[in-house]
Write a protein that binds this ligand. Sequence first.
Ligand SMILES: NC(=O)C1=CN([C@@H]2O[C@H](COP(=O)(O)OP(=O)(O)OC[C@H]3O[C@@H](n4cnc5c(N)ncnc54)[C@H](OP(=O)(O)O)[C@@H]3O)[C@@H](O)[C@H]2O)[C@@H](O)CC1
Ligand SMILES: Nc1ncnc2c1ncn2[C@@H]1O[C@H](COP(=O)(O)OP(=O)(O)O)[C@@H](O)[C@H]1O
Ligand SMILES: [K+]
Length: 490
Amino acid sequence: MIELLTPAEMAEADRLTIAAGTPGIELMETAGRAVADVVARSPLGTRIAIACGPGNNGGDGFVAARILGGRGYRVQLGLLGGLDRLKGDAALAAAAWRGEVVSLAELDFHGSGVIVDALFGAGLDREIGGEAARAIETINRSGARIVAVDLPSGIQGETGQVLGVAVRATETVTFFRAKPGHVLMPGRVHVGRLTVADIGIRETVLERIAPKAALNRPEAWLPSLPVLKVDGHKYDRGHAVVVSGGMTQTGAARLAAHAALRSGAGLVTLASPPDALAVNAAHLTAVMLKRMDGADGLAALLSDRRLNAVGLGPGLGAIEVARPLVEAALASPAAVVLDADGLSAFKAEPQQLFARIAGRPAPVVMTPHDGEFARLFPDLAALPGKLDRARQAAARSGAVVLLKGADTTVADPSGRAMIADNAPPYLATAGSGDTLAGIILGLVAEGMPAFEAAGAAVWLHGEAGAVLGRGLIAEDLADALPRVFTRLFV
Ligand SMILES: NC(=O)C1=CN([C@@H]2O[C@H](COP(=O)(O)OP(=O)(O)OC[C@H]3O[C@@H](n4cnc5c(N)ncnc54)[C@H](OP(=O)(O)O)[C@@H]3O)[C@@H](O)[C@H]2O)[C@@H](O)CC1
Ligand SMILES: Nc1ncnc2c1ncn2[C@@H]1O[C@H](COP(=O)(O)OP(=O)(O)O)[C@@H](O)[C@H]1O
Ligand SMILES: [K+]
């Protein structure tokens, strides 16, 4: 598991380490050295400008300046505010710097090959303006290699939001663990290449801090992926149902059904309204087809408990059609994956949806994009942090919430969360979300717990996109899964 620490959790890691006997200045020395090591990938002779802020982020900058100067680099250091404003470890680091200290405005950004951004890190707590904002704009226009200390200044560590203006770094060096703001958008774009440096904080502090957010990597969910038994049977792998829309909108459900079969369900049945049976029949092979007469038909189908997971929403249709079907699915004992029209069907009365989820024995996974999210959670949609949005939505609804995008975030009602950073932009194509819903459904049908299944599906979907490359269409994604699974196990 690769934990992501909020700035507050990182400060706690710092505090616990200092309390256990490592002085703060030692952590700062190691942090500054890690920054210097990254900067020193540029050849000797490169001019280096170091922009320091008034807190400990600036302190790291002073340490890096001293180390780089000692290695023979030509270093110029500029400080925001006076030296007398520095406190604690930053003041100690500044006292050890023997070179000149100029003002930020005097720093020769344009004549430098590398700029070290040590203005603000974890302590940024408001919009940047004035002299610091002007310096950041100049840094961004400089054309130099930009190495940010901890976070690109202006990026909020918890949310990845830009507070006013933010450095666009070539590389960022952070300490101990990445922060959510390194992977959430737009932070990730400002971070550039991320190095996570060991500064001597012990792993054991994580037991005390118990962070609840992690990077979406196989370590986060692989232990929950069902292991196939040598003597296994398809009936051991679950039977998923996908509900089709009417005659002219059947493709989305078929994409999901196909993906569910690829991702793990032993059997998949497409439940089709009578008018769409012929068109569905013409397009299905391994996926089975069953006639479904409205919500009563779906309820009857799902009364067979072997059908243990149902997915609905893609192409489901208008509210009058979609809502009774979703209600029937939620009244069944099956796990439910709700997407697209299945979510929008409750936009006028989201509480009705949450009331139906509450107390269900089987899990519900909801997979909104931003638009669908805003329909169900209008007040949460304005929150600045995607992690916070997903977590609060999960807590309110009782479902696992998967909030889509380049930084797809999955959260469960207890606050556990994972953020993905492996999705290539060509995943943004029609039907891609339908496929994702199907992948989740297949994994849940196979017996994977819902939170882990949602996380695994996002990662698999992203990897499938990466394997296929530019030009992919949604139809290809599920068919790339065997290759992704193979890579997962070698
Ligand atoms: N934790 C650890 O383990 C380790 C942490 N380390 C390092 O410490 C960093 C965190 O240091 P930090 O807490 O001193 O905060 P930091 O980012 O320097 O900024 C605070 C200063 O900026 C100011 N300020 C804030 N916003 C502003 C704005 N918009 N516009 C203008 N001013 C603004 C604020 O001023 P004030 O609010 O007092 O006016 C305050 O002076 C962390 O990122 C890492 O690099 C390492 O040394 C090793 C171990
Ligand atoms: N810029 C992006 N980079 C990576 N993945 C993206 C990006 N934008 C969207 N996606 C992904 O593409 C999929 C689109 O899903 P969705 O919006 O439901 O589309 P559709 O309804 O057409 O299937 C989601 O998995 C989403 O996370
Ligand atoms: K910084």
